[in-house]
Design a protein around this ligand. Sequence first.
Ligand SMILES: NC(=O)c1ccc[n+]([C@@H]2O[C@H](COP(=O)([O-])OP(=O)(O)OC[C@H]3O[C@@H](n4cnc5c(N)ncnc54)[C@H](O)[C@@H]3O)[C@@H](O)[C@H]2O)c1
Length: 268
Amino acid sequence: MAEQRFDLDRRVAIVTGAGAGIGKAIALGLARNGADIVVCDIDEPSVQQTAAEAMSYGRRAEAVRCDVEHPDQIEALFARTDAVFGSIDILVNNVGHLVRKKPQDLDREDLLWVLKIGALATFQCSQEAFRRMAPNNRGGSIINISSIAGATALGRGNLTHSVNKGGVNQLTRELAVEWAKHNIRVNAILPCQVLTEGFQRWLDSPEFDPNLMTNFLSGIPMNRLANPDDMVGPAVFLASDAASMVTGALLPVDGGNLALNAGGSHTW
Ligand SMILES: NC(=O)c1ccc[n+]([C@@H]2O[C@H](COP(=O)([O-])OP(=O)(O)OC[C@H]3O[C@@H](n4cnc5c(N)ncnc54)[C@H](O)[C@@H]3O)[C@@H](O)[C@H]2O)c1
């Protein structure tokens, strides 16, 4: 008999940035495992497509246009979820951007923008989720899509990314500690480089130095980049009762990248 603890039947999940990439893969993965989903994105047609795919699995799905940079749009996203489903059990904070520049060339506004869309939106969405999960100890699972960049430095103009994801990681730990008594679990997934459409566009652009690919792969013992689909199993696990004692965890989904010492090697 299949393991029931991974079953997300009758759970409602919100996934931000679910029109493409990792967010879309996770939203559809949660739906395949039984969850009804509210998916938001700045790109309305793409997120409607995600909702349509979830409905084709027999799940209920609502697509909402929402730019998480704007607090009023986050409030509207949760109000819409209340109106359609009346509850929320799972929140996946997925949206994240970076401004790739040398630290000495960064404007204050670059960092502010990345933090607004990243750590600050993650914080606000988590608060909105808390207000719905805490009463009567309903509980819930919050999953933040962080990065290996939140745990170690990458260099190469990644300061905004690292500072933002470092903030997301600490937010994850603090909320996990504060909200454990409400039965709300808060965890983060730390991917290595993931071959999303957006990442592929960067690989194909003139600004990408092809030598970097060798660099990426030499840091990943599994010897490949991740796919959005690699994030689905870990997200379903963290969302489900199978992870009932897991909170405050920063889970690398990185093919061994964070396990590898900078002076180490997986080729010899
Ligand atoms: N792709 C990678 O290599 C990689 C690696 C580590 C971590 N991550 C993290 O994973 C998350 C998802 O990354 P991705 O590569 O799948 O993203 P992506 O750039 O492919 O975008 C995903 C979706 O987010 C939507 N979006 C963008 N800005 C938004 C906003 N302000 N409000 C609402 N929706 C918005 C986009 O329209 C898109 O549909 C990010 O937090 C990213 O930092 C990605």
